[in-house]
Design a protein around this ligand. Structure first.
Ligand code: PLP
Length: 386
């Protein structure tokens, strides 16, 4: 017997452009096209591994008594370790299953239908999905040509339905690292409008050009919730551990997050123990990783500048670039990306990150070895010349 169940309206609002494109790529691969995957922000397939002491802490935890449910707000020692790092009290720290779950909690806790968290454009698509499935309105603030937030646009687009301002620094999908002046400007606007800030800091150690000023070091009067995880800074996305840390006066919001955490019982305890080792241990890996990223970024910028019809604002952090297609040979970004797929290069259409931005963009992950990037760009160049 087959039962046909109509999917919920909410489920139909979920999309994930970064993975959706893989289905198309796999079809072509089956037919014999050799693919270079530049679509997923995961260092593991490109040979990058978590620091050994973090892996050791995870295996040691497996031999100890961490097989039960952890406290729903997180392992007490991990909460304290994060609290020391963020300079907040441990009661204001909540461990989540990756920052993805933290983002989910924040939207559940703050966004009623018709309300919104104002997002930068371009943005990380999970925020768009969460806005939509909470039946929020989708409001954006623009960035300038270097992908630095445009403060005037932020001021203009805040409205009575805005509940918070999202900042992603370093940024996915652009690799931009914001100046201290811009961050201060965002804090000032938040203060004027009495709005809290959500600071997505998952790439905050991954800066290879200039410095970063973490939002946690600037916020004084404005409430800021900082989100981070083991995934990127410690190259361990499969561990699925992250956190939210509330800075400043948030009223009952931490209680609401505690309630939301209670319903899903716990985050994987062994991996929480690994996160303690990550924060407390040496950080040599990040210097090596950033040096590797800089090499790759340089290849990317050199090649984009050589190809007629493409341009890019050089990324300074993370491992993403948001490349503009200047040529109007293609109807839209999806047509461009599908064409490029046939050449064996998988990238993500820009509209998934930037539904309101004019022009055609695509996101390219520059994690592969320089020589693999070079060969991906040979294919892109050939495609552009066709
Ligand atoms: C900007 C940003 N925030 C959050 C996440 C989610 O990270 P996590 O693995 O901690 O859930 C990602 C993952 O790519 C990301 O790019």
């Amino acid at each position: 017997m087959i039962i046909l169940i109509q999917p919920s309206s909410k489920s139909e609002l979920v999309s994930y452009p970064i993975r959706d494109i893989v289905q198309e790529a796999m079809k072509l691969e089956k037919l014999g096209t050799k693919m270079i995957y530049l679509n997923i922000g995961d260092p593991a397939p490109f040979g990058f591994r978590p620091p050994q002491h973090v892996l050791d802490a995870a295996s040691e935890a497996l031999t100890q008594n961490y097989s039960g449910y952890a406290p729903s707000s997180g392992d007490p020692e991990l909460r304290q370790t994060i609290a020391d790092f963020e300079k907040v009290s441990p009661e204001n720290v909540f461990v989540t299953s990756g920052l993805s779950e933290g983002i989910d909690f924040l939207f559940q806790a703050m966004v009623d239908p018709g309300r919104n968290i104002i997002l930068p454009v371009p943005t990380y698509p999970l925020y768009l999905t969460k806005e939509r499935i909470n039946y929020g309105t989708v409001d954006f603030y623009d960035c300038d040509s270097n992908f630095e937030p445009d403060l005037e646009s932020l001021r203009k687009n805040i409205n009575k339905y805005t509940k918070a301002i999202l900042v992603i620094n370093p940024n996915n999908p652009t690799g931009a690292v914001y100046s201290r002046k811009t961050l201060q400007g965002i804090l000032d606007i938040a203060g004027e409008h009495k709005l809290p800030i959500i600071s997505d800091d998952v790439y905050d150690q991954m800066v290879f050009d200039g410095d970063i000023t973490p939002m946690r070091t600037l916020c004084k009067d404005v409430p800021v919730v900082c989100g981070n995880s083991l995934s990127k800074n410690y190259i361990y996305p499969g561990a699925r551990v992250g956190y939210l840390a509330f800075h400043g006066e948030w009223g009952t919001m931490p209680d609401v997050i505690q309630r939301l955490s209670n319903q899903r019982l716990s985050v994987n305890w062994e991996m929480q123990r690994a996160y303690i080792a990550a924060i407390k241990g040496n950080h040599d890996h990040i210097h090596k990783f950033n040096a590797e990223l800089k090499l790759r970024r340089d290849v990317l910028v050199k090649r984009v500048n050589q190809i007629e019809g493409l341009s890019v604002a050089p990324p300074k952090g993370a491992f993403y670039s948001f490349i503009k297609v200047e040529s109007n040979k293609w109807k839209n970004d999806v047509e461009f990306v599908k064409g490029l797929l046939k050449e064996g290069v998988v990238v993500v259409p820009g509209s998934g990150f930037a539904p309101t931005m004019k022009g055609n963009y695509f996101r390219l992950v520059f994690l592969p070895k320089p020589e693999q990037l070079e060969s991906a760009f040979d294919k892109i160049e050939k495609f552009m010349k066709k």
